[in-house]
Design a protein around this ligand. Structure first.
Ligand SMILES: [Zn+2]
Length: 511
């Protein structure tokens, strides 16, 4: 008995106690998230509501803008006639903005726009909102309604740019126009930047707008741009729609691989041809993906903050990533969309070699596009690539390359993040807001010298089937969704007028 009880006390209870403690910790972490800060009633008051006539006008103004085919075809080809027409159009449909004494309008790089709105309180640090007015090409083929016709069918406005990103460009100005009509002058100054070449890298528009502001010594409290959105059913396991705000963007490398060998005849081939050498190198890159970095970048925070929104038992797993990270990282890498969040991706995009069946080609070339995870750099990726290929006969030439963008703060004291978050909750009935990583790039990366507080969020509602409409067929926005988009910018301008954030939860609890 004695030995038994010693045995029982000495061995069994300890692991059991440990397990009990573990379960307690898991549950505590699952059901104790801090939640958003409490705003005092009246903070950023003065809500502006729009009448039915005004809302009807909003969608007609959007349709007119969609019908102007502001297409960026390639780095050096844009529809400049349409870009010029767009300038005339906004002058016509937003008379309040263009005649306002405290708003300055400048055309940058021929077709981009910079609006400076002087707030009534010069002590408040200004912020900036971006959108772009150019769109990717679209032909009528495959569309239910032509891409530049802006037809309204079944409550949706169809057209290239409705989601990306003319909806925001027009919606932003629409919100400002309404405020002016209501004789509302913002307290905090802000800028609106509309780029005309985002789809081809923003080297002219966004870059020059940013340079102009820098030359004037401007500093921004925060910056908003397109990016992530409201995701409804896009992330599996979440029980309701959530809003994700991009706090960083992946970096990128476009890498050219080439192999040169002696030309020859197919009747007496060498043991390896340029094609074989290059194909083996490309295959090694595909077979050896870059390391899974889940947990070393901001993607972990996305899951932690949304943890309680998942159904059981995923909520317990997501709330305890300190324990379950390895499991979650392996699940995420199974699907291409979530794999893109946990690692630097490798995409073999082009392959050129050979001209004739009886000729050994003297050269072969391939282009590989890497999208760099926020926890890696261009140099680190290139080291891995060189090592993985491990063949000096393969020449590597780095084309366009840039590091991931710095992660913008998203804590309780981050003014911009909290203003954007509060605006989302105000307009979209209190949905949860979490930070996220943009796997694509935006104009905002040209503004790093003006602020490190960059929040990439398009106030649009996306279901899984909508993702392929962006840059794809049948891009469309519902009339209701567009009205909410305008409301979002309206509310954002008003919310940004507060002088400071309410006290964060953590400090309230310390008192
Ligand atoms: Zn875009």
């Amino acid at each position: 008995m004695g030995r038994c009880s010693r045995c029982a006390r000495g061995l069994l209870p300890l692991p059991l106690a440990g397990l009990g403690l573990l379960v307690a910790v898991l549950l505590l972490r699952t059901y104790s998230s801090p939640g958003p800060p409490d705003w005092a009633p009246g903070e950023g008051e003065q809500r502006e509501e729009a009448s039915a006539e005004e809302r009807a006008r909003w969608k007609e103004v959007l349709k007119g803008a969609i019908r102007i085919p502001t297409v960026s075809f390639s780095e050096d080809e844009q529809n400049t006639t349409a870009l010029g027409e767009f300038t005339e159009y906004i002058r016509k449909v937003f008379p309040g903005i263009f005649s306002c004494s405290f708003i300055q309008h400048e055309i940058i790089a021929d077709y981009s726009h910079l609006f400076t709105v002087q707030g009534s309180n010069p002590q408040l640090e200004p912020y900036m909102m971006l959108a772009h007015l150019d769109v990717v090409p679209a032909s009528d083929e495959g569309w239910d309604h032509p891409p530049f016709s802006a037809q309204e069918v079944g409550g949706y406005i169809y057209g290239r740019g409705t989601l990306d990103n003319k909806g925001s460009a027009i919606g932003l100005l629409q919100a400002l126009e309404l405020l002016l009509k209501r004789k509302h002058r913002p307290r905090r100054s802000f800028y609106v930047g509309l780029g005309h070449d985002e789809e081809i890298s923003g080297q002219k528009g966004a870059r020059r707008i940013a340079a102009k502001l820098e030359s004037r010594g401007a500093r921004l409290s925060f910056l908003t741009d397109e990016g992530l959105a409201i995701l409804d059913g896009v992330i599996q396991g979440l029980s309701r729609p959530i809003a994700m705000v991009g706090t960083t963007e992946k970096g990128a490398i476009t890498l050219a691989l080439s192999v040169e060998t002696q030309p020859g005849h197919s009747s007496m081939p060498p043991r390896e041809t340029s094609i074989g050498i290059l194909a083996a190198a490309v295959s090694r890159l595909e077979q050896n993906p870059m390391p899974n970095l889940f947990g070393s970048g901001p993607e972990k925070a996305s899951f932690e903050q949304l943890a309680s929104e998942f159904s059981f038992p995923i909520n317990v797993i997501m709330s305890n990533l300190w324990l379950f990270s390895p499991l979650v990282s392996r699940i995420l890498e199974r699907k291409a969309s979530s794999n893109a969040i946990v690692r630097t991706t490798t995409a073999v995009a082009m392959f050129h070699a050979g001209v004739k069946s009886n000729i050994i080609p003297p050269s072969a070339g391939a282009t590989v596009n890497f999208r760099i995870h926020p926890a890696q750099t261009v140099d680190e990726v290139m080291d891995i690539v060189t090592h993985t290929i491990g063949d000096k006969r393969v020449q590597l030439t780095v084309g366009n390359a840039f590091n991931p963008l710095p992660v913008s703060p998203y804590d309780e004291k981050s003014f911009g993040y909290q203003i954007v978050g509060r605006t989302i909750r105000d307009v979209f009935s209190d949905i949860p807001v979490a930070p996220g990583v943009c796997v694509g790039n935006t104009d905002s990366r040209h503004y790093l010298n003006l602020t490190r507080n960059i929040y990439r969020f398009s106030p649009i509602w996306l279901k899984p089937e909508d993702l392929s409409r962006i840059h794809g067929l049948n891009e469309r926005i519902s009339v209701q969704s567009y009205e909410l988009l305008v409301q979002f910018y309206l509310r954002l301008i008003q919310n940004a007028d507060v002088e400071a954030l309410p006290m964060p939860h953590s400090e309230v609890h310390e008192l």
